[in-house]
Design a protein around this ligand. Structure first.
Ligand SMILES: Cc1cc2nc3c(=O)[nH]c(=O)nc-3n(C[C@H](O)[C@H](O)[C@H](O)COP(=O)(O)O)c2cc1C
Length: 396
């Protein structure tokens, strides 16, 4: 229903994004997208690139007078760094003698990419494998978020560890503190320790990874489905998060913690409630808001682990792509820790999955149609006896 494509190399002229399937009538402007892009650019541990760029997505189609039209939304984003790479990244053949990248970086896309596509210059792979592409995903995700906001669905993220240093894992999260923290961690003491850890890694010419949690609040019960593997919402979220550069593990709710506990301690006890919007409540949310591949009305909670960046200022031993000789791996300006911005990217890709599943469930060409279907569905969610009674007496 809602899908998107991105194009663009890290040091090329820019990024292009098409988002399709957003219904007509969603209020949308460039400022909202810019605010999300700005959040991605922040974060302690980033390299020099973020000082050069000021990401801004220009909407070129699909929006008129501030509202979506239901047609594909096209956006372009300029790479300010392009001016420094015009010859190396020229679209047309160049006479300039630029340097090829041949010293393979373990942990990056360099070796499999050059072998698979038959290149003799790693730059042909690294430019697209670069996480610059995630700026385009944040722009696409901002549009999905804007749609979800119409239904009071909100996505947020926070860092729960960096370099093995734990932040807040349980309890109510102070979201303002998260947005103010340079490492997007709600606990100021833990934030400082994480910053020190990043500084130590930078001084040592090394890098550090971590774990991030994304939470989507107010998601209705019944998005996704149990009937096919590719319709399961937990599987769709895992795929979206795993596709973020350097993400190597994903869990839903307390996925990893639950395996060491008894079933009676793990499952979230169901209670009926008078709340007409949420007639079923849970005492806990260890399942992270999904059961049987469907959302269950509790907050959606997904965690993902990000490995330390593979471009090291003190490089690992490696080999030359052309000669096989022992060399040190390639180094070019790089982040030391990408965990804080990864949270913003995680919010974006989860928003795209949730918006897609929402549009699939409540299908509509306009946001008003979607709303009618959504509100009618919510009325069917109570205990069956209550729902049946109200069905048989339409005058009530
Ligand atoms: C926000 C963000 C920024 C990143 N910055 C860098 C970077 O500066 N240097 C680098 O080598 N890798 C960086 N990465 C990770 C690489 O893009 C990634 O490791 C690489 O594409 C190989 O893919 P894989 O790790 O998923 O296997 C970044 C990832 C994210 C999410």
């Amino acid at each position: 229903m809602i899908r998107y494509l991105t194009a663009g190399e890290s040091h090329g002229q820019g990024l292009a994004i098409i988002v399709e399937g957003i219904p007509a009538g969603v209020p949308l402007n460039e400022d909202f997208i810019a605010s999300q892009l700005k959040r991605r650019q922040r974060g302690y541990g980033r390299g020099g690139r973020m000082q050069i760029e000021q990401d801004y997505a220009h909407i070129i189609s699909g929006v008129r007078h501030g509202f979506t039209l239901g047609s594909p939304i096209g956006m372009t984003m300029e790479n300010r760094d392009w001016v420094n790479w015009t010859d190396t990244m020229s679209v047309t053949p160049t006479e300039v003698d630029f340097q090829r990248v041949v010293r393979l970086r373990p942990g990056h896309a360099d070796l499999p990419g050059t072998m698979k596509y038959g290149f003799d210059d790693v730059r042909n792979v690294l430019e697209r494998a670069s996480a610059r592409e995630t700026a385009a995903r944040v722009a696409a995700g901002a549009i999905a978020m804007r749609l979800l906001q119409e239904f009071d669905i909100q996505l947020r993220s926070h860092v729960i560890s960096i370099g093995g240093i734990p932040g807040q894992i349980n309890g109510a999260i102070d979201w303002e503190a998260v947005e103010e923290s340079p490492v997007r961690c709600s606990d100021p003491e833990a934030s400082q320790k994480m910053i020190d850890c990043i500084d130590e890694a930078r001084e040592a010419g090394d890098t550090v990874g971590g774990v991030v949690e994304v939470i989507a609040d107010n998601v209705p019960m019944g998005l996704g489905s149990h009937v096919h593997w590719d319709r399961k919402i937990d599987g769709r979220i895992a795929q979206a998060l795993m596709s973020i550069n350097a993400v190597k593990a994903v869990s839903i709710g307390e996925g990893w913690e639950n395996v060491g506990m008894l079933g009676s301690q793990v499952h979230d006890v169901i209670e009926a409630s008078d709340d007409s919007f949420r007639p079923w409540q849970r005492k806990t949310n260890r399942a992270g808001g999904t059961e049987g591949g469907m959302t269950n009305g509790m907050p959606l909670v997904a965690r993902f682990a990000i490995k330390p960046i593979s471009t090291l200022r003190k490089p690992l031993p490696s080999v030359d792509l052309n000669t096989g000789e022992l060399v040190q791996a390639h180094y070019e300006r790089s982040d030391v820790c990408q965990v804080p911005p990864a949270g913003v990217i995680g919010e974006a890709v989860v928003a795209l999955v949730v918006a897609d599943a929402f549009a699939e469930k409540f299908g509509g060409d306009s946001v008003d149609e979607l709303r009618r279907n959504y509100e009618a569905y919510l009325k069917t969610l109570g205990p069956r006896q209550v729902v049946r009674r109200s069905r048989s007496s339409p005058g009530d």
